[in-house]
Structures are given as structure tokens and as C-alpha cells.
Design a binder for this molecule. Structure first.
Ligand code: NAP
Length: 523
């Protein structure tokens, strides 16, 4: 290590690098620096992707100006070549030259991939490293494997930081990455994370394992790596600055799970109640992978969704009597003894909004559907002495549920003769569209209609119910109340209901606006 690079590394340690480096891309130099200008106040740590520029050399005088105006900014210059996911098609010598000139223009760090470094002269690397701290990087776009062997190859080349970025194909790949960082971060300054939809865990928890920083995108449309999260999400949803060793980890697990509202709602609730916790999206393609991940991270609380609500029960240490009866668990908590306990909070999601409006004892309730959510509703309502009827597309499951819950079944043809205090839709009909309804208007004879479907907020069923003179309860109330009960089980604190409701409403309104915009574009 040269004296100059020693000084640089020491200076950077002194600088205490921010925890999130935001990757900035543009196709020309003006746009690149304009973008950097727009975000530097909130994000002083920026990676300038020079390889996205058609002529990277033209950006260098502008970078110099930028660094003079923003002495607080910490800049990484990257000019990656195609084999490592970059766009720079020039020679390795010209790649090193651009990085060196970017350092001379004021970038405090440069990022050079291992593949280029092994083909460079040691003197050229030394020259680069005298001008700026060097991040030696390695990318695997297919898998997370051979981490130790890769690091061994990397540390043969002197650098200030070693960055290992792989692809998570399972949730457990994140655990492998974090164990790797923990094992090696005493000896080397490491940056480690997994790309891909399943890599979120390592993007948020990698810092806690010892990664010096992590990467984020400027916006949804400007991601430079698969699975990258935006800087706004990392800061405001996941509160990455506060994730430390005592931070409790929560998450929602399912397949698919990408559109879950839970991370937005639960992280807002944790923040509002100042709980040191973070809630993650866990795309589990198998239950085995999920269970291994819960054990080794370890996860303190889990929301369980399709298709694992039933299957997870036999893997838990215990479930309460109500959950055992329903046969579906949507909430797992790790107790102080390390054991996993299962609960079903969908029942609270149905019962609580109804109790705010009417007396359930002897209330006549019709439940449409006989799946997991219907079971939670039927048992919960029966426990509160409601008179429950069940109507399902397929009669068999309805009869089975009615027998086990001591409820009754009805036929669709009977609907026009009957009047209910409440009709609850526990089928997915009407989800994601405003055309479908499980009932026609003339079949809706009730004081209240409660639709478990929450997207769109006002479903076709609820529109028809209003027209039929009923009061309506949207599915987002169920969503918020079941989530609130989970929050109480995990933290022992009352949930900030108003905050949770406002976050869900906002996210659903944004989704509706996007859907409308897409519809308008089609026509
Ligand atoms: P599930 O176990 O798959 O059960 C689905 C039920 O709906 C079954 O009884 C099924 O009848 C019936 N069904 C499905 N497609 C139908 C159709 N085209 N026409 C008529 N009936 C149909 O699902 P689940 O977990 O119970 O969830 C049901 C709904 O509740 C979903 O939309 C889910 O998103 C929603 N939910 C909302 C919340 C919330 O927080 N708001 C919480 C939990 C669930 P068959 O027996 O004939 O197949």
C-alpha cells in the first residue's frame, strides 16, 4: 500500500461514509450532473455511473465543478464494462484512465471490477489508488456462491474496499451473504449485498452484519441492478440509519408477495411507536427456505400469507386454540424462549370493524366463501354468538365449515328471500378490477356489506351494496385491523390505527391512479 493511498483510506474512515450510496445514471454529462445536483442535499453519497454516458470523458470538467460546489459530497466514480453489468465498451486502459481523471476531478472513490483489475498492470492500479480510494468489486448475476474463494482472489489485489455483489435465488442466500460479511469484516472493509427480488434482506440488514455501506437507486425507473431499492424507500420505509444489532426483524412471507401493503403499513407503525424494528418483504418460494431464514436471521415476528398459512402450523412450537380451530396462521411471533408461536389475526380483522358498528350477539351474518379467510370470519363470529350462514361456489367446503363451526349453509337462490345484518365477502371476486361482484344488486339485502377485497378500495360489490341501500365496510379496514392485532402481539403496544389506515389509503390511492393512467393510455 502506498503512503498516498494509506492517507486516503484513513481520510475516508475519518469521513465516516454515509450508509447509503445512491447510483446516478444518465446518457449525457449535463443530465448526470443535474440529477446529482437535485439529490445531493438529501443524499451526499453518490455513485456516478460514467459507463452510462455515451462520452464519459466530457463529464470530467463538470464533475470537477460539482465537487467544488459540494465539498460535503462523497463521490464514487464507476465506469464498468459489460461482463460486470456495465456499458463501457472501451479498453481496460481507457477505463482506468477515465477513473483516474474522475479521481483528479474530485471523486474520493473509484470502483473497478475484479475482471479489469486482474488484467491491469500493478503500476496502473497503484496510480489509480494514489488518486482515490479503490473499491474492488465483484458481481455474480446468477447466484450466491463461492464467496470465500472470490474474496481470496480479490484480496490478492490491494484495495481500500472489497465489494461482493451476488444474486439471491433464495431467502437463505441473504443469510449466506451476511454470514460471509460477519466472518470477514474484521479483516477487510467489505461491502456486501445480494441482487434480485429476494435480495432485500441483505440490502437492509447487510450493514448490521458489517457491510460499510449499501446501494440504492434514485427512483423506480433508474435502478442499476436487479432488486435495487430506492434511496427514499431505504431511508423512510426501512429507516436504514437506525438498523443496528438490537433492531428486531419482522416481515411478511408469501409467494407472490411483491404487492403486499404490509411493509409500508408496518414500518410506519413501528416508526410511530418508536419500536426499534424493521419489517421486510420476504418472497419465499418454498416453506423450507422461509423456515431456515426465520431461524438464522432470526426473525422476531412474521406475517404469513398465501400459500403458507396452513402449511406453516406444523412447523411452529405452538398455536393458540382459535388458530388451531381455523387451521390457518397468519401471524408468527418468536417468544423470549426462542420458540415460535402462531396466531390468526384475520378474525380480529373481521370482528373489530363490525363491533365498532353493531352488536354481534344474535346478528344475522352471511359469509360468502369457505376458504381460509372465511374460516377466520365464521369461527370469530360464532365465538361472539352471531348467527352465521355460509354460501360458497362449491357446496362441499361450505358444508364442511358449517359442520365444524356449527353454522348453516344457504343456497344462492335463497338470497332474495333472506335479510342479513351483515354480508361478508370472503372470496377474491372483485380483486384488482371494478367489474366483478360475487352478488348481483337484487341479491344484496343487508344493513352492512363488508368486502374483504381491498384493492380497489371501492369494489363493484360495495358500489352495488350502496345502490341497494346498505352501509359498506371496505377491505382496507380488515387489513388494518388484522395488521394492528399483529403489531400488538409482537410489540405489546397498542397499534397506531389512524396512522396505519392513512398509509394504506395513500398507497391504494397511488395504485388506483397508476391503474387509471394505464387504462387511459390503452384507450
Ligand atoms: P382461499 O382460501 O383461496 O378461498 C377462496 C374462496 O373464494 C373459496 O371459498 C372459493 O370457492 C371462493 N372463490 C374463489 N374464486 C371464486 C369465484 N370466481 N367465484 C366464487 N367464489 C370464488 O382465499 P382466502 O385466503 O380465504 O382469501 C379470500 C379473499 O379474502 C381474498 O381476496 C383475500 O385477498 C381476502 N383477504 C383479505 C384480507 C384483508 O386484510 N382485507 C385478509 C385475508 C384475506 P371454492 O371453494 O368454490 O373454490
Amino acid at each position: 500500500m502506498t503512503a498516498a493511498s494509506n492517507n486516503l483510506a484513513a481520510r475516508l474512515r475519518h469521513l465516516r461514509l454515509p450508509r447509503v450510496c445512491v447510483a446516478v445514471t444518465a446518457s449525457d454529462a449535463n443530465a448526470l450532473l443535474e440529477k446529482a445536483e437535485a439529490i445531493v442535499r438529501d443524499n451526499p453519497f453518490l455513485e456516478l455511473r460514467l459507463d452510462y454516458l455515451s462520452r464519459p470523458g466530457l463529464a470530467l470538467p463538470k464533475i470537477k465543478q460539482f465537487t467544488e460546489y459540494h465539498p460535503q459530497a462523497v463521490l464514487v466514480a464507476t465506469c464498468r464494462r459489460p461482463p460486470s453489468g456495465g456499458r463501457f465498451k472501451g479498453s481496460i486502459a481507457s477505463q482506468l484512465d477515465i477513473l483516474w481523471r474522475a479521481a483528479a476531478a474530485g471523486c474520493q472513490l473509484t470502483d473497478l471490477e475484479l475482471q479489469s483489475a486482474v488484467r491491469s498492470e500493478p503500476e496502473a492500479l497503484d496510480r489509480l489508488r494514489s488518486a482515490a480510494a479503490l473499491i474492488l468489486s465483484y458481481h455474480d448475476f446468477h447466484a450466491t456462491k463461492n464467496l470465500e474463494e472470490t474474496l481470496k482472489k480479490m484480496v490478492a489485489i490491494p484495495a481500500d474496499f472489497y465489494k461482493v455483489v451476488t444474486t439471491a435465488n433464495t431467502l437463505y442466500d441473504n443469510v449466506e451473504m451476511m454470514k460471509f460479511i460477519e466472518r470477514n469484516s474484521d479483516r477487510y472493509s467489505l461491502i456486501g449485498l445480494c441482487m434480485g427480488e429476494q435480495g432485500l434482506i441483505s440490502r437492509v440488514l447487510g450493514l448490521r452484519a458489517g457491510s460499510i455501506f449499501t446501494f440504492a437507486a434514485v427512483s423506480e425507473d433508474e435502478k442499476t441492478a436487479p432488486g435495487q431499492v430506492t434511496a427514499r424507500e431505504l431511508h423512510s420505509t426501512y429507516r436504514i440509519e437506525h438498523v443496528d444489532a438490537p433492531t428486531r426483524i419482522y416481515g411478511v412471507a408469501g409467494d407472490p408477495v411483491a404487492h403486499s401493503l404490509s411493509p409500508a403499513v408496518m414500518n410506519a407503525a413501528l416508526r410511530r411507536e418508536t419500536v426499534n424494528g424493521v419489517y421486510l418483504l420476504l418472497h419465499a418460494k418454498t416453506l423450507k427456505d422461509l423456515l431456515a431464514c426465520i431461524r438464522d436471521i432470526p426473525i422476531h415476528g412474521l406475517s404469513v400469507t398465501m400459500p403458507y398459512k396452513e402449511k406453516i402450523i406444523s412447523h411452529l412450537d405452538n398455536t393458540d386454540a382459535h388458530t388451531t380451530k381455523i387451521g390457518a396462521c397468519n401471524t408468527v411471533v418468536r417468544a423470549q424462549d426462542g420458540k415460535l408461536y402462531g396466531f390468526n389475526t384475520d378474525t380480529a380483522g373481521v370482528v373489530r370493524p363490525l363491533q365498532l358498528r353493531l352488536e354481534l350477539e344474535n346478528a344475522k351474518v352471511l359469509v360468502l366463501g369457505a376458504g381460509g379467510a372465511a374460516r377466520a370470519a365464521v369461527f370469530g363470529l360464532k365465538e361472539r354468538d352471531a348467527e352465521v350462514s355460509i354460501l360458497n361456489r362449491t357446496p362441499g367446503p361450505a358444508q364442511k365449515l358449517a359442520r365444524s363451526a356449527r353454522a348453516r349453509t344457504i343456497k344462492r337462490a335463497d338470497l332474495q328471500k333472506l335479510f342479513f345484518d351483515v354480508i361478508v365477502n370472503a372470496t377474491p371476486v372483485g380483486m384488482g378490477n371494478s367489474r366483478e361482484s360475487p352478488l348481483n344488486q337484487n341479491e344484496i339485502r343487508a344493513r352492512y356489506v363488508f368486502d374483504m377485497v381491498y384493492d380497489p378500495v371501492e369494489t363493484r360489490l360495495l358500489k352495488l351494496a350502496k345502490a341497494a341501500g346498505a352501509q359498506v365496510i371496505p377491505g382496507l379496514e380488515m387489513f388494518v385491523h388484522q395488521a394492528a392485532r399483529q403489531f400488538e402481539i409482537w410489540t405489546g403496544k397498542p397499534a397506531p390505527l389512524a396512522e396505519m389506515l392513512s398509509v394504506v389509503t395513500k398507497v391504494l390511492a397511488e395504485r388506483e391512479a397508476l391503474r387509471q393512467a394505464a387504462e387511459n393510455k390503452k384507450h
